[in-house]
Design a protein around this ligand. Structure first.
Ligand code: FEO
Ligand code: CA
Ligand code: CA
Length: 520
């Protein structure tokens, strides 16, 4: 049954009162959750959740994690690295800052060095130890020796001692959007909109563009030092920038074992008209050596970014490292297929198919985006088929982050930009939401909303606890449209009208995570 037909069918059932429920005890919830528009979509300034879940705030911007350090701003990607049965490390990305909330100065030309230092402290990532309490809720272990920050000022080497723009290390990591984990226990954090901090410089040019945040005024760091995937050892905080995975606005880095038994990593360049990449590692437990490929989805082929394998690149570059440093130009030379903002990528736990969020491309008239599904060839690692798995516009809009549970249920969060929420053509979706697309049961294949974000915010950073009884997620940029601190557009997580909003990591728990048939 197509999504549309299924929706109509459910409406028909609702109208006739023939709604099947698995347990009479849950009948009232079931009816409200799936069919009562008073819950979803929502425009309330709150994290609104289905009654089949409960919520708790794990940590918020500014919370002390150790005697020395505080949790950074605008938390995005979350990754869990288990320690013992009831304890784990949580890595969290801090993507970008809102100067009004950090220090109050909105004009980049007027910022002082001390204000820029505060901004640099608030991006990067946090590592915290968390522990599961007897009631199942996870809590921060304050002052754990693991708790630490990686910031915009942490010195980070390039992998294999490679020199980029004259240096074998970079100052800091920033624009840390989504990421990934590796089978060998490290975390990958991806540098996305780096040009907002140090500007950009085209290949072969000497001048850089001016950045929105103006960090180059006090720190003359080259733009080429950003736009990489950074590999973090969450136990020690050791970090390195992986040159092998290329430089572009990395949304995520999703590692899996390919059908040919190789360690591979998928990553998208989140800008309209940019590309999708796959790295095939030469090693089992490292991403430092191998070949990066870019997708031509028209013919279903991966094209190598390597001067020997794609000799046309020799006309433009002296080395593969140079081609990897300028992936956008390289991919255009190689005839890769421009896509509509490739965002998060996940691999289906049973089929191995690769799901890619294509958020939108407003300039091209694609307002709602879609989720694309790639099926890799069983024998040829450089061939695949692609199709649209789920088009946005009906049940959700602007898909951004996804996560599978072990049964293959797909959880999805959306990112309608703050200034467009509640306006055409996005009005009917309300605030940004969390949806689930069940793999089986009564609602198989249908996106159903189960949570809604506070004002201006997006929900992101979906991450299950090892037992899948808790779903962590980030509430990012609540109140980002605020122009006057005395009149914030959101107060979340507070309900006091004058309070400044605080991006936070929250935990959702409840029977729904084990049984999606409770949705009706
Ligand atoms: Fe930072 Fe593409 O989202
Ligand atoms: Ca994102
Ligand atoms: Ca994800």
């Amino acid at each position: 049954m197509t999504n549309f037909n299924r929706r109509e069918f459910l409406k028909f059932l609702g109208a006739t009162g023939i709604v099947s429920v698995t347990s009479p005890l849950h009948a009232s919830n079931v009816r409200r959750v799936t069919h009562d528009p008073s819950i979803f979509p929502s425009s309330l300034d709150d994290l609104v959740i289905t009654p089949l879940l409960k919520k708790s705030t794990l940590i918020s911007w500014g919370d002390q994690i150790s005697k020395k350090d505080r949790f950074g701003f605008n938390n995005d990607y979350n990754a869990i690295v288990p320690l013992k049965e009831d304890s784990a490390l949580l890595w969290t990305n801090h993507e970008y800052i809102h100067p009004l909330f950090i220090h109050g100065e909105m004009n980049p030309d007027k910022k002082t060095k001390s204000q820029i230092d505060q901004e640099m402290y608030n991006v990067g990532g946090s590592i915290i130890e968390i522990k599961k309490l007897k009631n199942g809720q996870w809590k921060l272990v304050k002052d754990s020796p693991y708790n630490r920050r990686i910031t915009g000022q942490t010195m980070i080497p390039f992998s294999k001692n490679i020199s980029i723009a004259g240096n074998n290390f970079a100052m800091g990591t920033l624009s840390n959007c989504a990421g990934g984990t590796t089978p060998w226990g490290s975390v990958l954090t991806c540098e996305e909109n780096y040009d907002n901090f140090y500007g950009e410089r085209e290949h072969g040019e000497t001048n850089r563009s001016k950045s929105d945040n103006g960090w180059e005024k006090f720190y003359d760091n080259p733009p080429e030092h950003y736009g990489w995937v950074v590999e973090i050892n969450p136990k020690t905080g050791a970090a390195k920038k992986l040159v092998s995975l290329g430089r572009f606005q990395h949304e995520c880095a999703t590692v899996t074992t390919s059908k040919q038994g190789k360690t591979v990593c998928y990553s998208g360049d989140d800008k309209a008209g940019e590309f999708l990449y796959k790295f095939i590692s030469s090693d089992k437990s490292s991403l430092e050596n191998g070949t990066l490929y870019v997708a031509n989805t028209n013919i279903g082929k991966w094209i190598p970014i390597d001067l020997e394998l794609s000799p046309i690149l020799k006309k433009h570059y002296k080395s593969t490292t140079e081609a990897l440093t300028h992936c956008r130009k390289t991919s255009r030379i190689l005839g890769a297929t421009p896509l509509d903002r490739p965002e998060d990528i996940e691999v289906h736990p049973k089929t191995g198919d690769v799901y890619v969020c294509l958020s939108n491309n407003k300039k091209a008239g694609n307002y709602h985006g879609s989720i694309m599904r790639l099926s890799e060839d069983k024998t040829n690692p450089l061939e695949f088929k692609s199709e649209t798995f789920y088009a946005g516009g009906t049940d959700f809009s602007c898909p951004d982050n996804i996560a599978f549970d072990s049964k293959g249920n797909l959880y999805l969060t959306c990112d309608i930009s703050g200034s467009k929420i509640g306006k055409a053509p996005y009005k009917k979706f309300g605030n940004n939401g969390l949806y689930v697309i069940p793999a089986s049961g009564n609602n198989a294949g249908k996106a159903i909303q189960i949570a809604s974000a506070p004002n201006d915010a997006e929900l992101t950073g979906l991450c299950f606890s090892p037992d899948e009884k808790s779903l962590f997620l980030s509430v990012q940029h609540p109140g980002e449209l605020t122009k006057d601190l005395s009149k914030p557009t959101s107060n979340w997580p507070s309900s006091k009208k004058e309070d400044t909003p605080k991006p936070s990591v929250v935990e959702l728990r409840g029977p729904l995570l084990k049984n999606l048939n409770l949705l009706g």
